[in-house]
Design a protein around this ligand. Structure first.
Ligand code: HEC
Ligand code: HEC
Length: 232
């Protein structure tokens, strides 16, 4: 099955955006800003990405690559493995003034240009960082990666929302290849932090709904159900 991409930028911005919409847009920028607003991806490594790091090119410019899907950087899931960068997380920014984030984005450490992240866009990213994060350890068991949710409750939302695109077994969209398939069941178990981020904020560049307007426990229930789906 294929879904026509509808990029946020081309899809436009509502005339009077709700805070939920703005923060979710910011969450998609945190995930993958160049895809979210359809601008050119830089090819060289980001200058603050450590030279010994295992990633190359544009991915080193994505907020999640240095600061993590759990917003905890070197103290979170990226504390080891191929995504390790040794960079701190952004949990300390929760409740802070978004202007601090705006300043950080233009500083020497980051150097995002207004062509890459126009102010009007960066402002939403700053809202996400200061108001949109959740405390992952409350919702996902750090040792077992199990969502602390009720899969039975999650199934009710899943069948009525997610299945429209992903299918009842989560296998209607394969993110990788025939030989090496990856479905939502795969991602939900291998990287529940990423899955929860996307359930709340949507997936950049495609019309997947952002459900952050619902109480987060409902979304953790969905994640618990996704973890029961086939992984291959
Ligand atoms: C290549 C790695 C890298 C990427 C990509 C990156 N950052 Fe950072 N970020 C850093 C480093 C390094 C610091 C400084 C950490 C320190 O002070 O020790 C930092 C610090 C920050 C701070 C200040 C943290 C604080 O506690 O004061 C904010 C805010 C921030 N980053 C936001 C972002 C956002 C939003 C994005 C995505 C647009 C992003 N960063 C992408 C490396 C990165
Ligand atoms: C309108 C269609 C649509 C709906 C509804 C939808 N999704 Fe998606 N979702 C997509 C598309 C398209 C992608 C990206 C596919 C790709 O990159 O190949 C995606 C990507 C994802 C990913 C990211 C996988 C990855 O690693 O990149 C996750 C996780 C996900 N969806 C979970 C869900 C869940 C859970 C729900 C229900 C709350 C949901 N989606 C509802 C269309 C949808």
């Amino acid at each position: 099955m294929s879904v026509e991409p509808s990029r946020d930028w081309l899809g436009g911005i509502p005339e009077s955006p709700t805070e939920d919409w703005e923060v979710a847009f910011g969450g998609r920028l945190y995930d993958n800003w160049a895809v979210a607003i359809d601008v050119a991806e830089p090819h060289k490594n980001h200058s603050s990405y450590p030279p010994w790091g295992k990633k190359h090119g544009y991915v080193t410019w994505r907020c999640k690559e240095c600061h993590g899907w759990d917003y905890k950087g070197k103290d979170g899931a990226y504390r080891e493995g191929s995504h390790y960068s040794g960079i701190k997380g952004l949990r300390g920014l929760v409740g802070k003034n978004p202007a601090i984030v705006m300043e950080a984005l233009r500083d020497e450490v980051h150097g995002y240009t207004p062509e890459q992240l126009p102010d009007s866009v960066a402002e939403r990213l700053a809202l996400f960082v200061t108001r949109g994060q959740h405390d992952v350890d409350r919702f996902i068991d750090h040792e077992s990666s199990q969502a602390r949710g009720d899969a039975g409750q999650g199934e009710r939302i899943f069948q009525n929302v997610c299945a429209a695109c992903h299918g009842f077994d989560g296998k209607a969209i394969n993110f990788k290849s025939e030989e090496n398939p990856e479905f939502i069941g795969t991602v939900g178990s291998a990287n529940p932090w990423e899955a929860l981020h996307k359930i709340r904020n949507g997936h950049p560049g495609v019309p997947m709904p952002a459900l952050r307007f619902l109480p987060i426990q409902n979304l953790v229930d969905i994640l618990a159900y996704v973890q029961t789906l086939p992984k291959m």
